[in-house]
Ligand binder design. Structure first.
Ligand code: RB5
Length: 148
């Protein structure tokens, strides 16, 4: 199950991504927002981050205007590695090297054709493990140092 959310700026792209996931046979759970009325992106980053961190959903996709604010918010939740990607190479690396469990997109930055290719790449790419796992573990150590 893929958790997905956006603020008002990301609403249209989120809707396209949900339809894309559906066509590709992925199940998704929509954590809002549900229209283009102005909302606060941290609320929606948090909802998806908590769904992923708790294990309710395996991964997540979050969208705001730039992808910056919502990814900053999601990354405050321990266990979350949200990667803001503006191209498909970044999406591939975010999975292979960083084991990103949330993909963040900026609807005012990235056109929908490219955004869907980024989503597709991110979904199809596996974590490489090995030396990259050691580095992920170091990120977890930073979390443990500050989240007691
Ligand atoms: C909303 O206007 C905008 O600030 C938000 O979507 C996002 O870009 C924040 O980082």
């Amino acid at each position: 199950m893929i958790a997905i959310s956006s603020d008002h700026a990301g609403f249209d792209l989120k809707t396209e991504i949900i339809e894309f996931l559906d066509r590709k046979g992925y199940q998704s759970k929509d954590f809002g927002t549900c229209d283009k009325n102005s909302v606060d992106y941290p609320d929606f980053g948090l909802a998806v981050a908590e769904a992923v961190a708790s294990g309710e959903c395996e991964s997540g996709i979050i969208v705001c205007g730039t992808g910056i604010g919502i990814s900053i918010a999601a990354n405050k939740v321990p266990g979350i590695r949200a990667a803001l990607c503006t191209n498909s190479f970044m999406a591939k690396m975010a999975r292979q090297h960083n084991d990103a469990n949330i993909l963040a997109l900026g609807a005012r930055v990235t056109g929908s054709g490219l955004a869907l290719d980024i989503v597709d790449t991110w979904l199809q790419t596996e974590f490489l493990g090995g030396k990259h796992k050691i580095r992920i573990d170091k990120i977890s150590s930073i979390e443990n140092k500050y989240h007691k």
